[in-house]
Design a binder for this molecule. Structure first.
Ligand code: SF4
Length: 172
């Protein structure tokens, strides 16, 4: 039987794509869930042309429309990320992904609860990372989760049920 395709933030698979050259390997995702699904690995920051290592970023501005900003220099990468993300959505749609597992707390990949800072560098609220936010808008029905939530047995079961329920309609 063909495996369900799931998008995933590349660093969770152990790929050294983080700003500091590290990864965030999650053994549950690779060794357990990985037996049942085929991952489509995406690192939005690397794939939109930012290198490894790179300067850290954060979300700034209003929670309604956060911007992706390089913390040290103030460079605004929002448009660059959004342009990449919109193209990537078309590719992911063709790939037939049935959901996505995002890296939590990332200004690009966090699906919710990512800190947003105001002009005085103080926390002004929380929201989704730029790539994850575009994914959720583009695929409003697809299950998405982050690795932190998947450590909770109840949330994990709920997510698994949803992706298997979607499998028939979205596997190719
Ligand atoms: S959180 Fe997302 S953008 Fe950051 S390293 Fe992981 S995959 Fe790349």
């Amino acid at each position: 039987m063909e495996k369900i395709k799931l998008g995933i933030s590349s660093c969770l698979l152990g790929e050294k794509v983080r700003y500091d050259g590290g990864h965030k390997l999650d053994r549950f995702l690779t060794d357990t869930l990985g037996k049942y699904v085929e991952y489509v690995s995406v690192c939005p920051e690397v794939e939109c042309g930012l290198g490894v290592p790179r300067k850290p970023m954060r979300l700034e501005g209003s929670p309604a429309a956060p911007r992706l900003i390089v913390t040290e220099t103030g460079e605004d990468l929002t448009q660059r990320m959004a342009d990449f993300a919109r193209k990537k959505m078309v590719q992911l749609e063709k790939e037939g992904v049935c959901g996505f597992i995002f890296k939590s707390n990332s200004p690009s990949c966090g699906k919710e609860g990512v800190d947003i800072y105001n002009e005085n560098a103080l926390p002004a609220g929380t929201g989704a990372g730029i790539f994850a936010g575009i994914f959720v808008k583009h695929f409003p029905l697809l299950p998405v989760e982050d690795e932190e939530h998947l450590h909770d047995p109840g949330l994990r079961e709920n997510f698994m049920e949803k992706i298997f329920a979607f499998a028939k309609s979205c596997t190719k």
